[in-house]
Design a protein around this ligand. Sequence first.
Ligand code: PMP
Length: 377
Amino acid sequence: MSMSRTYLDYNATSPLLPEAREAMVGALDATGNPSSVHGEGRTARKVVEDAREKVAALVGAKAKNIVFTSGATEANAWALSRKWDMIFLPKIEHDSVLASARLSGADIAEIDADTTGQARIEQIGERLLTSTATAGRQLVTLQIANNETGVVQPVTETADFCKEHGLALHIDAVQGAGRTNIEFDLLGAETMAISSHKLGGPMGVGALVLKDGLEISPLIVGGGQEKRRRAGTENVAGIAGFGAAAEIALNNLGNMVRLRQLRDRLEHALLSTTPSAQIIGTDGPRLANTTCVALKGQSAEILLIKFDLAGIAVSSGSACSSGKVGASHVLTAMGISSELSRSAIRISLGWNTSAVDIDTFVGVWSEIMAGGARAVA
Ligand code: PMP
């Protein structure tokens, strides 16, 4: 018996778009290594290069400056490992950015968040006054939008500041790509990480986008793939799926209006059922698809299990490592108490979310808040 499920965890990963699946199946059925000069190899090469064009178009970059990677974690690791003397590191960044920055050996200048969930980028200027790092070897890293709260970060202002002060900028665009308009070349940033699976492509593929003319040493060495910038036989099917998803995501950017309406309807219903619930991040700009809701006295882990048993997939706002549930570093940086943070759940919408999904969620939420929820058969 199949159980009908409601999937509302697009910030963790998006269901595969049918177009991405089709492109992947086509690529899987073809034989040929993109580095081979024979016909089969040239066919595989064309699949990769067509996808590169589509990914470039999505983010306003040139195709030759897109380097495919195994995902955004690798792209972030690569960008942050490039021999920086000093890294300006917002506390709300994704773990892959935080951990790579700390591993890099650079001095770290932590940047706080304000209560709206935005990085306090004015602190970069303050920290710069006391920095002795070499000009040109200082990196600011900033995400386009936060994965837990959906809060959109001041990327344009930061890019302008970096230009003015000769700082390099790395952007983690994972949650923004396909959800906001991105013009990488106009921003003038050094590098940018993107991931296929948040926008309807497959998991395990992403890209590092490079500033025009930037020559970058590889993180992974060996073969001459990706113009000697990233060794290893390309994930041709994954790249094909990424390209197809990028094309759809670009064409469908206008659908964010629909998702925003659904999300607002969801929040309105939650607050009218449960007036003590708090939606996090509503004082600043937010992605259209994300709701982070906290409710004092509840445990996010228990809520997740109840929703899961009722057929709904949502996510916890807290980070969980080695079985120990801790308060989310993002919510903590916003000044939210660990008690409230431990109750936060994240609901995130995407291309296949319907009004029925929202109504289903709201119905189960009401039952849980009233003291129980049935498990679906
Ligand atoms: N940055 C952000 C903001 C993310 O949300 C994620 C995925 N959770 C990543 C980086 C890592 O991306 P990937 O899964 O492609 O390694």
